[in-house]
Design a protein around this ligand. Sequence first.
Ligand code: MN
Length: 502
Amino acid sequence: MKLLPSPEIWFVCGSQHLYGPGPLKQVAANAQAVAAGLAKSKNLPLKVIYKRLLTTSDEITNLMIEANADANCGGLILWMHTFSPSKMWIRGLNILKKPFLHLHTQFNRDLPWGTIDMDFMNLNQAAHGDREAGFIHTRMRLGRKVVVGHWADPEVHERIAAWMRAVRAWTDWQGAKFVRFGDNMRQVAVTEGDKVSAEMKLGFAVNTHGVGDLVAVVDAVKDQDISALCTEYEKVYRVAPALKKGGKRHDELRYSARLELGMGQFLEAGGYKGFTDTFEDLHGLRQLPGMATQRLMDAGYGFGGEGDWKTSALVRAMKVMNAGLPGGTSFMEDYTYHLSPKGHQVLGAHMLEICPSIAGAKPSVEIHPLGIGGKEDPVRMVFDAPAGNALNASLVDLGNRFRLIVNEVKAVKPPKLPKLPVARAVWECKPGFKTACAAWIYAGGAHHTGYSYSVTTEMLEDFATIAGLETVVINAETTLSALKQDLRNNEVYYHLNQGFRA
Ligand code: MN
């Protein structure tokens, strides 16, 4: 994936001087062993680095200054092996700009019941030391993740891994650039939003280029590069005979390859991590980019249709979260419904732009007319997304905040769709179609989403905590009355949120 960050996670242990130099040496050695244990875990996507044992307010503050200043530091894991009076942490935590995870663990897994004495008791105090730490985090209203259990427990590693994936996506957003080719689809509300607010709160910048800037790059793509890419298409996909070399529509495949190469060059030159386009502004382009966008998404770029920069940024973040995991992530749209009494389903698709990272089998490259946009027929990849657990996520702008809405779904194998020439997925919503769709609509969720087989609700919740995003989760436990009450409560919470920090 292009521009994928791999930040380090700093492991930091808290204590105090009351214990004397001997026990503190032991505490530091144990903390180092815990950090080394985490660093060795194959399930953790980011490197864990042991920093040091902190025992005074100055040491803590200095470490937080270092963490803020180090671009390689993605976040911190904090653990209080012994008691660390937490007023010492206020100054440091006040200035900390990086996410942190509070690991509530203990060096010894089992208590040595037969030999336990007060020395052992005084050395293994996380049970109350971490409560003191947790109080100050809560008192300061700090968003963080609390993970509980022995540090070698694989389930603990899973919790940490989810958070690390969120940290990675957050790091990726900081300073990220997204480009819009043209503006928004005319009159559409949900794809709009406050780009200044997004840059202030979420760290990424969104800017527009007139499509003519892109056309100039697309038109300058060299013929031999197009030929090489078309050869690759024939190797990787099932290409329709008419589009193959020598076929009567091969020229249209070549134009699609030209789009991919030109857009790729534009994104690369600008250091962009995602993009949007709109069928209402394609002056100088012969086709709406279909396969080109699908291939660029597959390479890791975020994408949102019709100028939807929020979904483009979200798709990119989700792709960063799922880096290295099986199952892909795509831009998606709730397109149409199957409202059979035997079971309600959603058919998800877009006009063209679904990422082949979610293809269940080798995509087929086809060309068909597009009802809107008034351009030449676009080339696109057609495939079915597989059955399996998946989710849809949507990021909307409510005016005073961004809200992330997540719906867990169960994808099913699509039936045969011989007349539908687009990539598609079919899913059943949790807890059920009627509750899920009503909940989604009450929450203001968009028709555009990031759809993923590998990103989990936990990762997105951790991400939202780091980003300060409101989260609305719709899953097997959701009831409409509780959800509606949560939405009302959240209106008050997010209105007063800044005041709570004082
Ligand atoms: Mn759309």
